[in-house]
Design a protein around this ligand. Structure first.
Ligand code: OXD
Ligand code: MN
Length: 606
């Protein structure tokens, strides 16, 4: 197909990349439903996709990645700049020149015998002041079909680009899916991304992590806004007014579930409703009214399947009943899908994510249980299919943000919720947050790692500069959102969760909004403001006061250890970490010394 564009630079670049990758043909995607169907059929006949049972799951398909290609490979992900300090130490660094030279070898002839698809896409509503355009070249139909769900893609983006619009140059090839030659390379100085030898979503849907977080965070710093790993949620309060919050949690810590939570009975009766704006990424700008405004640059969800069911996320279960791409889950013999934590009982006749015949309870030769779905198996679905989708998804100026939440998975230490004293303290809390590693990253699951703003794997520049940018943003927002830390995952000594989570988290969000409006008092503690015993609405939730006390306990000894971890962590991020972060740490230590009782424990007034 001839390119329907007058954009000379774009055409030249496509030709140049085609000369390197040598595809048999180049195909420009128009984004139409007809094209989607045609490509889907082609992928089904080639075996790249499996058609699922169309009566059970209309419009749904199934895909398996290579066994060595199931999660983002952070160790093979690089921010490539001329000056090492502009990227390292939190990022892996390569010089621009070296990175291009090495990857050129991997891309050379990589698309022989294949088609190169040209995908023009927009992150953010087309025409919005937030929108950034990109063009991804790929030899994978799976990528084209996913990009059509996750972004606004096709001819309308070429129109918006006109003859000389700015765009991010995204090049992807599966090549041979060779792990030793896998590279996910970002060139912020050239507005370019190259990804090779992978087929896993987070590595290859280049609009998502690569553009909307790593490249966008670099652009955001230059242009005075924020690109963040945050869900965006509308909370319609009794009376019909909707407030919006954005919340950052590391991968696989429940952003998708929180973004579409179902209010518990008591709160529903009061009149609360939830509206989903986004489940993974937020772009935030200062609006003319002096508030912070957010858009979700994506148009779909690439969610983790295991654990998703009618209890944890009924809205998502409705969404993925049609027009969904399932990756690395269990394929049932009846053409349905299943994963650990699904509502249905485990299938007797099925194939697991590795393609082996499988049934629940199966053991390998060492006697270890064989899983059905990979722990990081996924579904890709349009946000349009989510019953709680907000009617402001396509609003060009987004939604105004009242509160920012940060949180991780912490079995100990962090109370259910606490509020920062002010913007700078909030930036410190966010910059020093930590979480236990999950299956979304390669590495040792469960290990606590510092993950500033949940952006450790996604900040496209020096982390110290990123903290400074956050501090500077505080000065630019006349009416800034309030900042909170939450931890839904605190456990008792037996490893049992103290808080039920999911829909019940709305009780915490209600307090957050009340605090934003300064409607309720709070207890001042060494780490921030905590709710007192009358300010969380606990109607219908039967949690003993001892458990509540544990949820809000601040253990002085553990917090001093945390301060040591924070100090080491800040040092590990290099010289550019602003002094103000160390000053906040000193103040925290001082408050802990002054405030804690004789037993070294401090309770909010539960
Ligand atoms: C994701 C991730 O896929 O954070 O959203 O890994
Ligand atoms: Mn994510």
């Amino acid at each position: 197909m001839e390119a329907l564009t007058q954009h000379k630079e774009l055409k030249q670049w496509v030709n140049e990349m085609a000369r390197m990758c040598k595809p048999d043909q180049v195909y420009w995607c128009d984004g139409s439903a007809e094209e989607n169907e045609r490509l889907k059929r082609e992928a089904i006949s080639s075996g790249e996709l499996v058609e699922l049972n169309q009566e059970l799951l209309p419009g749904c398909v199934y895909h398996r990645t290579a066994l060595n290609d199931v999660a983002r490979t952070e160790d093979l992900t690089f921010i490539c700049t001329d000056n090492k300090d502009d990227s390292a130490p939190a990022n892996n660094w390569k010089s621009r020149e070296d990175a291009y030279a090495e990857a050129r070898e991997f891309f050379k002839n990589a698309m022989k015998g294949r088609t190169m698809y040209v995908i023009p896409f927009s992150m953010g509503p087309i025409g919005s002041p937030f929108a950034k355009y990109g063009v991804e070249l790929t030899d994978s139909i799976y990528v084209v079909l996913n990009m059509r769900i996750m972004t606004r893609m096709g001819s309308k983006v070429l129109e918006a680009l006109g003859a000389n619009g700015e765009f991010t140059r995204c090049l992807h090839s599966k090549a041979q899916l060779d792990l030793s030659r896998r590279r996910i390379l970002h060139f912020p100085e050239d507005n370019t991304i190259w990804s090779v030898n992978s087929g896993y979503g987070g590595n290859v849907l280049l609009g998502k992590k690569c553009l909307a977080l790593r490249i966008a965070s670099h652009l955001a710093r230059k242009e005075g806004w924020l690109a963040e790993h945050m869900l965006i949620l509308g909370i319609e309060e009794p009376g019909g007014h909707t407030e919006y919050i954005a919340a950052a949690f590391p991968s696989a810590c429940g952003k998708t579930n929180l973004a579409m939570l179902v209010p518990p009975e008591g709160l529903k009766r009061k009149g609360y409703r939830i509206w989903t704006v986004g489940d993974d990424i937020a772009w935030l700008r200062v609006g003319e009214d002096g508030r912070l405004w957010a858009v979700n640059p994506e148009s779909g969800c690439f969610g983790v399947a295991p654990g998703t069911n009618k209890k944890t996320n009924p809205n998502m279960m409705t969404a993925i009943a049609r027009d969904t791409i399932f990756t690395n889950v269990v394929l049932k013999d009846d053409g349905g899908v299943w994963w650990e934590g699904h509502d249905d009982p485990p299938p007797v006749e099925a194939t697991n994510w590795t393609g082996q015949r499988w049934s629940a309870g199966m053991k390998d030769e060492q006697g270890k249980a064989v899983v059905g779905a990979h722990a990081n198996s996924r579904f890709t679905v349009s946000i349009e299919r989510v019953p709680t989708r907000s009617n402001r998804l396509d609003k060009l100026d987004g939604v105004p943000i009242s509160a920012l939440l940060f949180g991780g998975r912490r079995a100990r230490l962090a109370p259910l919720v606490y509020q920062a004293y002010d913007w700078q303290h909030g930036v410190f809390i966010a910059a020093t947050m930590a979480s236990e590693r999950t299956a979304a990253q390669f590495g040792k699951i469960g290990e606590v790692r510092g993950d500033p703003m949940a952006m450790l794997p996604f900040t496209g520049y020096n982390m110290g500069d990123y903290f400074r940018h956050w501090l500077d943003m505080g000065r630019r927002i006349p009416n800034p959102p309030k900042i909170f830390h939450v931890n839904w995952f605190r456990q008792d000594e037996q490893g049992r969760y103290l808080w039920p989570g999911f829909g019940e988290n709305l009780r915490v969000l209600e307090w957050v909004l009340q605090r934003r409006r300064e409607e309720v008092p709070a207890v001042q503690t060494p780490i921030g403001y905590l709710p007192n015993d009358s300010s969380l609405d606990m109607t219908g939730l039967d949690i003993p006061p001892e458990t509540m006390a544990k949820l809000f306990e601040i253990d002085q000894h553990e917090w001093f250890e945390e301060c040591d971890r924070i100090e080491k962590f800040l040092h590990s991020l290099g010289e550019r970490v602003p002094q103000r972060m160390y000053e906040e740490l000193n103040s925290l230590r001082g408050r802990l010394r002054r405030c804690c009782g004789l037993q070294g424990r401090f309770h909010a007034a539960w």
